[in-house]
Design a protein around this ligand. Structure first.
Ligand code: ZN
Length: 429
């Protein structure tokens, strides 16, 4: 049930002492070895040893994705290259991707963190773990791979091969756990249907999904169609395996002995109390090659302080509804495209194709949802179509607090390439 019970179920006071000790050591290391941090701290007159409590970390400026870009490729490494045993790309910096280095110790710790997430999601050494993430410069596959090996499970590195081949492997190798992105899991479910294979022909028991925001509705659909228990996990290419759900599936336990998590208001940078939604800021506490201090992840979440029935004391974070840079502000209300998607799916429309168009009438924002008519609409009465549109409109209003005009458009008339799912004309007006 646990991978490292002594750490995952630690007394809160002891955990915070450990965090403070590790924070001081990390700050000391970056002051010595990373010019960016050395300059920043000395400009502010900050001495790492002056930090007496975890709250004192708030005196330190944030590290941003721009910092990563400006110090590409090796400017933020805190060890000489001869001590780096692996390099991977970081995906979340727009433009040129960043590069992240790992020492032997970093890889070892990362494996333990991934093993924790696997065990929390139900995986044991008796499982065969099919890893359908791409093996390449980006990190999704590697952490899970080494974590599963450390755990003693059988690793099936199927990588990102085509869906039919994944299913062939899944059947023949009798995979019991699947790790990939949630949207790929749904694609595999579609392929199963196309091939006429019943889910009972598979041996799958658990699915561990991450690398993109997904919804509770998607979880239910994946579970029903693949016959598995699905958990969410969260990591960043710059940081490694940050958090994962236990089988209670009520928030993701953060690996707080290795990362210090804060939530800030994305606009003001002010730290928000536990229970408030804001941008996740992470400080690595044990990384040697690529430590990051108060790194702004761009991901929005809420920290949860309540006890978890699984017994882990590591604080949880809510699932990520979207990135702060994806956030739309419509008539002063913060809205994420993923929330809109969730509402539309909750009305029972399967795989809806739609586009959100934002423009202005006078000074007022106008939000329009253009929904492609599903094939079934052709045979439905106009009255029935109107009822469905009204239902979507009401649900959007209730869930988001924003009034949308909902229009039906011809099937296959929306060009997803142009403007993607959101076409914000307000910036063009
Ligand atoms: Zn739990």
């Amino acid at each position: 049930m646990y991978w490292q019970a002594e750490l995952e179920c630690m007394d809160r006071g002891e955990l915070e002492l450990l965090q403070l000790e590790r924070l001081q050591a990390t700050l000391n290391r970056v002051t010595r070895n990373v010019p960016l941090y050395r300059t920043r701290f000395s400009d502010l007159g900050l001495d790492p040893y002056d930090l007496q409590s975890l709250e004192d970390v708030r005196k330190i400026p944030f590290t941003t994705k721009d910092d990563l870009r400006e110090h590409y490729p090796y400017g933020l490494f805190a060890v000489p290259l001869r001590d780096v045993v692996r390099m991977q790309g970081s995906t979340s910096t727009p433009g040129k991707p960043g590069v992240v280095g790992y020492t032997v110790g970093d890889i070892h710790r990362w494996s333990h963190l991934a093993a924790r997430i696997l065990v929390a999601g139900g995986v044991t050494k008796d499982d065969a773990v099919q890893i359908a993430f791409n093996y390449g410069l980006y990190t999704s596959a590697f952490g899970i791979h080494s974590g599963a090996e450390l755990l003693g499970a059988s690793v099936i590195p199927s990588s990102s091969s085509d869906a039919q081949r994944q299913i062939l492997i899944m059947q023949d190798y009798r995979s019991t756990a699947l790790t990939c992105s949630p949207s790929y899991a749904l694609h595999l479910a579609d392929t199963l249907d196309e091939l006429g294979i019943n889910k009972t022909a598979l041996s799958l028991r658990f699915g561990l999904f991450g690398s993109e925001p997904w919804t509770e509705e998607m979880r239910q659909e994946i579970e029903a169609r693949l016959g598995i228990l699905a958990t969410d996990n969260y990591g960043l290419s710059e940081i490694t395996s940050v958090a994962g759900e236990c089988l209670q599936r009520d928030g993701l336990h953060i690996n707080e002995d290795h990362f210090l998590a804060e939530i800030i208001d994305p606009l003001t940078g002010q730290v928000l109390p536990v229970g408030h939604k804001g941008e996740l800021v992470l400080t690595t506490l044990t990384k040697e090659a690529f430590p990051l201090i108060r790194f702004r992840t761009g991901d929005l979440t809420t920290l949860m302080d309540s006890e978890c029935a699984c017994g882990r004391t590591l604080r949880r974070m809510s699932r990520i509804p979207g990135r702060s840079d994806d956030m739309l502000i419509i008539r002063g209300v913060n809205v994420f495209p993923s929330q809109i998607n969730e509402v539309i799916i909750s009305t029972g429309l399967m795989d809806p194709h739609y586009q959100i168009v934002l423009d202005r009438v006078g000074q007022m924002d106008r939000a329009t949802l253009c929904l492609e008519a599903p094939e079934s609409f052709c045979t439905d009465s106009i009255k029935e179509s109107q009822r469905i549109l009204e239902n979507v409109r009401l649900r959007l209003q209730t869930a988001l607090g924003v009034t949308f005009e909902v229009r039906l458009v011809e099937p296959r008339s929306i060009d997803q390439q142009y403007g993607g799912r959101v076409l914000d004309k307000r910036t063009l007006i």
